[in-house]
Design a protein around this ligand. Structure first.
Ligand code: KIV
Length: 288
């Protein structure tokens, strides 16, 4: 284990002040969290994208608070030092400010998260303000917001037209005023992201496919390593095709077991002759 300091909000803002980009990745399980801890990732998001990447749903909508808490707990065990953000699932905050505060509190109390994230703009500002007032750091999420994918007309770039871009900028302002410590811009044109980043005063901006000008970058872990079989978003950089490596290994395993070249002596455990003979005697059989 590395000697890493626990990431805090002042440390993240210090990076912003010093012009150092913030690193952020999604994570859903203990072993991956362990690797992200070792790599020194600043912010780790237990995203409700786990509904698609880990649970195989077609969208994030079926994900429950129970799913999120279980995965967030595992991730926290693997990364004690990253700034851990729990993603509020569909209908855990939309119904009311009270529901939003109660469910945000569960991420903090039950999974030792440092913060939560919710999707939506001005219409969610009261939920954001309520959670922040309860003492819970909260991140906003604008642009392509997967929980509203039906209303947005699919997984596509948001804010390409001036009017829609202006709406995203207004939403970013509303979230900042509601107390967001950060805002994620997903699949927003780079120039819109730059304008929002330049204007941000009390929060920092993280880009997912929205260009290099933000204060930090986020990637979906499964996209980075070729681990999501259904599709690969254009904006994702594949750092290593681990999916292919795993598939090759699995095919080899099937071949080797089928042709009896696995297991080899180093893959099993033996027993001393005298113990074996005694065992056969105990069983009443001739040792031949
Ligand atoms: O759930 C998630 O992983 C997210 C990302 C798409 C940003 O919200």
């Amino acid at each position: 284990m590395s000697e890493r300091k626990k990431v805090t909000l002042p440390m993240l803002f210090e990076k912003v002040t010093n012009g150092q980009p913030i690193t952020m990745l999604t994570c859903y399980d203990y072993p991956t969290a362990h690797f992200q801890e070792e790599a020194g990732v600043d912010m780790v998001l237990v995203g409700d994208s786990l509904g698609m990447t880990m649970l195989g749903y077609e969208s994030t909508l079926p994900v429950t608070m129970e799913d999120m808490i279980r995965h967030a707990q595992a991730v926290r065990r693997g990364t004690p030092n990253a700034w851990l953000i729990g993603d509020m699932p569909y209908m855990s905050y939309q119904p009311s400010v009270e529901a939003a505060i109660r469910n945000a509190g569960r991420f903090m109390a039950e999974a030792a998260c440092d913060a939560v994230k919710l999707e939506g703009g001005a219409e969610m500002a009261d939920r954001m303000a309520g959670i922040v007032a309860a003492g819970i750091p909260t991140m906003g999420h604008l642009g392509l917001t997967p929980q509203s994918v039906s209303a947005l007309g699919g997984f596509r770039v948001q804010g390409k037209g001036a009017l829609q871009a202006k709406k995203i900028m207004d939403d970013a302002k509303a979230l900042e005023e509601a107390g967001a410590f950060a805002i994620l811009l997903e699949m927003v044109p780079d120039r819109v992201c730059r304008l929002i980043t330049e204007r941000a005063k009390d929060c920092f901006i993280i880009s997912l496919g929205s260009g290099p000008q933000a204060h930090g970058q986020l990637l979906i872990y499964h996209d980075m390593f070729g681990l999501y079989p259904r599709f690969k978003p254009r904006m994702a950089k594949v750092y290593a095709d681990a999916g292919q490596v795993i598939l090759n290994g699995l095919k080899q395993y099937v071949q080797e077991v089928t042709h009896r070249s696995f297991p080899q002596p180093e893959n099993w455990f033996g027993m001393k002759d005298e113990e074996y003979e005694e065992l056969l005697q105990l069983l009443g059989r001739d040792t031949g």
